[in-house]
Design a protein around this ligand. Structure first.
Ligand code: NAD
Length: 244
């Protein structure tokens, strides 16, 4: 018996990294879960969150397969590096289309089903970049700051419809995404060690740790929690332990 027995969840970006950990954590606790991703995985639905038709078909496919939808985790996201001087309009629109509008499209398609749930929750995956003022991450940070604002606005709009909306803000998490960044370094092992040393708790965040926060926010344990952002960042945001 799990706290998600009888509930259906859709997790965008569920084929890799943090999303895959969220899929596993919800399944372990009894949910029936579909991973909505560009990459097709077992029990998944191929969805491109930057394409409204693809999203609507994907949500319909989940509802057809499982008979309803109770939990949406908007996790799919892509990175961008540089200052405002480095990315042109097309790059801004490409990243916002996935990181921000992707969440809007999935939520819009899911809302009619969530309203019927009785135990509905949306959890958005933001980032420490939403508030940390990270250098060389203007576009990515703006996209995640928008996710934090969207979360609060959606929480206000939908709480009385029985849908709780919350957000998690991971710090640097040990996923294929970070693996790809490290591979580009001259000395990936040294770069990884330096990255770990920059974390207040001396290591990267694990995808499972992020998934635990998502599980809590999506679960019946959090029925009076709405509009919050939970940092899962080893204290990066809130402790004065950043490397001197
Ligand atoms: P990842 O690259 O390992 O996985 C991302 C998944 O999203 C992939 O399976 C990819 O196919 C999917 N995806 C990308 N674009 C998509 C689209 N248009 N439609 C559907 N699926 C799409 O990344 P991750 O590290 O697991 O990151 C997941 C989320 O966590 C992202 O929103 C990211 O911004 C956020 N995050 C990650 C970190 C980190 O350090 N890894 C830190 C903070 C926030």
């Amino acid at each position: 018996m799990g706290e998600f027995d009888g509930l259906v969840a859709a997790v965008t970006g569920g084929a890799s990294g943090i999303g895959a950990a969220i899929v596993a954590a919800l399944r372990e606790r009894g949910a029936r879960v579909a991973a909505l991703d560009l990459t097709e995985v077992e029990d998944g639905v191929r969805v491109d969150v930057s394409d409204d038709e693809s999203v609507r078909q994907g949500i319909s496919a989940v509802v057809d397969r499982f008979g309803g939808l109770d939990i949406v985790v908007n996790n799919a996201g892509i990175g961008a590096q540089g200052t405002v001087a480095d990315n042109d309009d097309a790059e801004w629109l490409r990243v916002l289309d996935v990181n921000l509008l992707g969440m809007v499209r999935v939520s819009r398609a899911a809302l009619p089903h969530l309203r019927r749930s009785g135990a509905a929750a949306i959890v958005n995956v933001g980032s420490i970049a939403a508030t940390a003022g990270l250098p060389q991450r203007a576009l990515y940070s703006a996209s995640k700051g928008a996710v934090a604002a969207l979360t609060r606005a959606m929480a206000a709009d939908h709480l009385r419809e029985g849908i709780r909306v919350n957000c998690v803000h991971p710090g640097t998490a040990d996923t294929p995404w970070i693996g790809r960044l490290l591979e580009r370094a001259e000395d990936p092992e040294a770069e990884r060690a330096a990255l770990e040393a920059r974390q207040p708790h001396g290591r990267l965040v694990s995808p499972a740790e992020v998934a635990h926060a998502v599980v809590y926010l999506a679960s019946p344990l959090a029925t009076s929690t709405a509009g919050v952002g939970v940092a899962v960042d080893g204290g990066m945001q809130d402790l004065r332990l950043r490397p001197r």
